[in-house]
Design a protein around this ligand. Sequence first.
Ligand code: PAF
Length: 284
Amino acid sequence: MPHVLTTIAEAKEVLREVGKTDTIALVPTMGALHDGHLSLVDIAKRNATKTVVSVFVNPMQFAPGEDFERYPRTFDDDLAKLDAAGVDYVFAPAVSDMYPEGVKQTRVVGGYAAGLLEAAHRLAHFDGVLTVVTKLFNIVRPNVAVFGEKDAQQLFLVRRLVRDLNLDINVIGAPIIREDDGLALSSRNRYLSTEERAAALSLVRALSAAASNGDRGIREMISGAQGALMDEKLVKMDYVSIVDPETFALVNEAYRGKALVLVAARVGTTRLIDNMSAYVGEYR
Ligand code: PAF
């Protein structure tokens, strides 16, 4: 069984000792673990001698009216999975320990990319993410941290956090894990009914449509993707956007080169995001 650390004080004390003789890889999660998370654990284990998984549903990154209360909390099941995966430590603090005076505290605010895409639909979401990630980094003091590429904007902002604040942490992005039919794994997939799950496949269809139109330019890529989403009655699109993966700047029609296509949509009441790499232009 992993050693479960339930307070910040205990985590600091134990992990400071561990850090004297081992390298530490951190996988931050909000629990409700699936094979995508376990692929992050696998990468963590290959990049450090001890692995820490944090399990904390962070109230600061949920906007009012989002699913904080109903977010799946499946700690016993998560722990069994982390045990089977050979994780050394699980850090699962209480909200009152992480935010003793509530979430109106000092916050870490990202640069310009924190105001785009997801930020337009999830008020102060990235302040919440970057603040909790900074707290986790300070508590665990990892050498390596692993984040999923499905949350591409989050991964970009965490990399910038580490670079801009000169943190000595190697941030590794883990490829998206998909079901056989293409649906990206997400803790929120469990909210979907059978019909909604079928409709949710329009996200990956939209991304594939955009990527396959790469030689026809940005406008065609976006309209191909929007078409795939609009074909589904249960799906309400929030955005289809294309960014330069190096800067996360939205690209215009003149853009040529590597691109990242991002989609967010509501399927019934469940909000899902997904993304796919693409190449814009004729020469690959
Ligand atoms: O990606 C997530 O699950 C969360 O945003 C994270 C990184 C664990 C911070 O709460």
